[in-house]
Design a protein around this ligand. Structure first.
Ligand code: HSE
Length: 431
């Protein structure tokens, strides 16, 4: 059997998973490819740390040229992460004739045009299944199997770290900081976990999915984003009491006014499939005009699940399937039709509002009055005295009917400036 040589740049959590699969499952991979796949080089600046994988001699190097100058290596996996040096490395790999597989959502969401243009100009492919949803083949589903559809809606949990943290807080009462540390220990979190918890990672993944599925071309920074770092344990408790669970949702929806896009902690009814996705699992619900409702679910983070997607892309690249799809998709291409994005202020939805207020006559009416003047109708109210003392503040939970985002933000700004309000209002969307 012939041998095909591949290389890996970045020997962290996912890189280790890729090496484990390629060295541990040689026969399985050879059957899928029809050739032996040899991981000849792994490049990382740390060549000393023991990753628990036994490598043949000379595989591990800190010299990038050992990969770019080796003309026998046709496919390279980039798992460095972040913008630089990953961007320069990928551009230089493409220039030296390599096809690239990457899990780098931050880079693609930020410099997609540049990377994909470069790949087209050198007649190479870039594959990125592992960039969104870990093991879930969502990029593949949207790019190939669902091509007969115009997508109507996409609703997703695509950050394993956040989902893990929310699950730990809800089910075990774990405090936020401990849950973050555990997600890091398990290899779910980004190098900087702030990227997970502040919603950046989710919004970057949504930008990629929205481009792929809805033809939306935009800076990920322009998508409205709230992370789970705004969620307090008390909100999880109140949500449960009201029959909901809090999930960090990424949403894209086609409306007559353009594509609605946002990332936000959201109260979802406890008996729905999305509410029951636990731990590091992700879910992507896609509604196509002809396919109808589709749900993809699986492990969204971690060493082997993410490596599964990387190796799948590597196999597709070696076989030439990745190049066919890549050429047809014309990702971020100038000629690709672009869909209009809906003004975020016009997005409509229900909200959970938590106010911390003085407990005295007229306060409830004052807050309700401001909401009313902003055309926000209240669906239910829950009041909780924080403790028995007379001057202790009261917590008010309002569930609203559907209102405009712009009106909701304006109303909260006004309410937060009232003398009777003792803390910043917490707001979350309600599905
Ligand atoms: N930090 C990411 C997550 C890894 O938790 O989902 C997968 O992209």
């Amino acid at each position: 059997m012939d041998t095909v040589k591949v290389a890996l740049i970045g020997f962290g959590t996912i890189g280790t998973g890729v090496a484990k699969i390629l060295f541990g499952q040689r026969e399985r991979i050879a059957r899928a490819v029809g050739r032996n796949v040899e991981l000849t080089r792994i490049c990382d600046k740390d060549t000393q740390r023991d990753r628990g994988v036994k490598l043949p001699p000379d595989v591990l190097t800190d010299d990038l040229n050992a990969i770019s100058n080796d003309s026998e290596i046709s496919t390279v996996v980039e798992l460095v992460g972040g913008i630089e040096p990953a961007r320069s490395i990928i551009l230089s790999l493409l220039k030296s004739g390599k096809n690239v597989v990457t899990a780098n959502k931050a880079l693609l969401a930020t410099h997609g045009s540049e990377i994909f243009d470069a790949a087209r100009s050198y007649n190479r492919s870039v594959s990125f299944e592992a960039a969104v949803g870990g093991a879930i083949p969502v990029i593949n589903a949207i790019s190939t199997a669902l091509q007969a559809n115009e997508l109507r809606q996409l609703q997703a949990i695509v950050n394993g770290t956040c989902n893990f943290i929310l699950t730990q807080m809800e089910e075990h009462g774990t405090n936020y900081a401990t849950a973050v540390a555990e997600a890091q220990r398990l290899g779910y979190a980004e190098a900087n976990p702030a990227m997970d918890v502040n919603g950046t990672d989710t919004v970057q993944k949504l930008a990629i999915l929205a481009h792929l599925g809805f033809g939306v071309k935009l800076n990920w920074q322009d998508i409205p984003r709230t992370g789970i770092d705004t969620v307090e344990a008390i909100d999880i408790v109140y949500a449960k009491r009201l029959g909901y669970r809090i999930k960090l949702l990424a949403v894209a929806e086609a409306t007559p006014d353009g594509i609605e896009l946002y990332v936000s902690p959201t109260l979802v009814k406890i008996d729905t499939p999305v509410a029951n996705v636990r731990d590091s699992f992700n879910i992507v619900r896609i509604v196509g005009d002809v396919a109808g409702d589709i749900v993809l679910q699986g492990r969204g983070a971690g060493e082997l699940p993410t490596a599964s997607a990387v190796v799948g892309d590597m196999i597709d690249t070696i076989l030439g399937r990745a190049k066919i799809t890549f050429d047809i998709l014309n990702l971020w291409g100038k000629e690709r039709p672009v869909t209009k994005i809906k003004n975020p202020a016009e997005i409509c939805g229900k909200n959970y509002l938590r106010f911390l207020v003085e407990d005295r006559p007229g306060v409830l009416a004052e807050i309700a009055g401001i909401l009313g003047r902003h055309k926000i109708s209240i669906a239910s109210v829950l009041q909780q005295q924080d403790n028995e003392s007379d001057d202790s503040p009261a917590t008010l939970i309002f569930m609203t009917h559907i209102s405009r985002e712009g009106d909701t933000i304006a109303a909260i700004d006004t309410i937060d400036s009232l003398a009777c309000v003792r803390g910043k209002t917490v707001r979350m969307r309600v599905e």
